[in-house]
Design a protein around this ligand. Structure first.
Ligand code: C2E
Ligand code: MG
Ligand code: MG
Length: 270
């Protein structure tokens, strides 16, 4: 990473401290919100699952992007309560989700910091049990390749235990980490979410070949492939032609409050 000449570590540190302080306040005072973004079957337009994404608009800082506050939460010991809050919201919203889409799952993003804790599976199972054990079969965990920077045997144990309950596991932002393919087999997973950087480079024949190979790979191993970040009708048409079945992106549906989600997403065609 290169730092610009005007990078000021003292200022960056004080911003991080301020964000951490306000985030702790938000966690203690119900100051966070959840929005949901559908994953959609590209042929039938049926909603397959809903990804829960955290939103924060602070009274003093204004809106803070997840890319900033999740990193601060991980660095400052706040990611565990944040993850528990998101799971709690997902569990609270699941009855309404299932009323509207009986086959759907709700996916929550989990950080490697959470997953590397030996008690993660036990605490997650307890949270689900306290609401309704049957909901485990409608929950998914999204993990990024950054989990490989953590204690992989513990991460693996946690994922195996939660899959026993019926939860599924998705590898998020696939293709952005290091040695992705080489390490893929070391974690139990059901779904691959292909990073949006591939969609943005779709005019490159090499990228088209990679997408095609991923479609094959997922099919051969009976895993679901979801393409993230679809923004234009042209990208969608090209992905469908390459064999992609499930997608997510602003074209299909933006993240929004549960009450505002359309029953069946509609999108403009080219
Ligand atoms: P992610 O899990 O890969 O989520 C997808 C991100 O891409 C979301 O950004 C979403 O709003 C955005 N997105 C969706 N469709 C499109 C598109 O068509 N084009 C573009 N350019 N972007 C699109 P968001 O909500 O800002 O979240 C950023 C990241 O922050 C997430 O990436 C996830 O890694 C993390 N995050 C968000 N909520 C949570 C959470 O509750 N817990 C944890 N651990 N991480 C979270
Ligand atoms: Mg995600
Ligand atoms: Mg993603």
């Amino acid at each position: 990473m290169t730092l610009s000449a005007d990078f000021d570590p003292t200022r960056a540190e004080s911003r991080q401290l301020r964000v951490a302080h306000r985030l702790a306040h938000a966690l203690a005072h119900q100051g966070l919100q959840v929005v949901y973004q559908p994953e959609v079957d590209l042929q039938t337009r049926q909603l397959v699952s809903l990804e829960a994404l955290c939103r924060w608009h602070d009274d003093e800082l204004g809106p803070v992007a997840p890319d900033e506050f999740i990193a601060v939460a991980e660095a400052r010991g706040l990611i565990v309560p944040l993850g528990e809050y998101m799971l709690g919201q997902a569990l609270a919203d699941l009855p309404e989700v299932l009323r509207r889409w009986p086959q759907a799952r709700v996916a929550v993003n989990v950080s490697g910091v959470e997953l590397a804790r030996p008690d993660f599976a036990v605490r997650t199972a307890a949270a689900i049990r306290s609401v309704n054990p049957a909901l485990a079969a409608h929950l998914e965990l999204e993990v990024t390749e950054s989990v490989f920077h953590h204690n992989v045997p513990v991460v693996r144990q946690n994922l195996l235990a939660l899959r026993e309950l019926g939860m599924t596991v998705a590898i998020d932002d696939f293709g952005t980490g290091q040695s992705s393919l080489a390490r893929l087999h070391t974690l139990p997973f059901d779904k691959i979410k292909f990073d949006r950087s591939f969609v943005q480079a779709l005019e490159d024949p090499m990228v088209q070949a990679i997408v095609k190979a991923m479609v094959e790979l997922a099919r051969n191993f009976s895993r679901t492939l979801v393409v993230e970040g679809i923004e234009t009708p042209a990208q969608l048409a090209q992905l469908v032609a390459l064999g992609c079945r499930v997608g997510q992106g602003y074209l299909l549906c933006r993240p929004c409050a549960l009450d505002d989600l359309p029953a069946r997403p509609h999108w403009p065609t080219a």
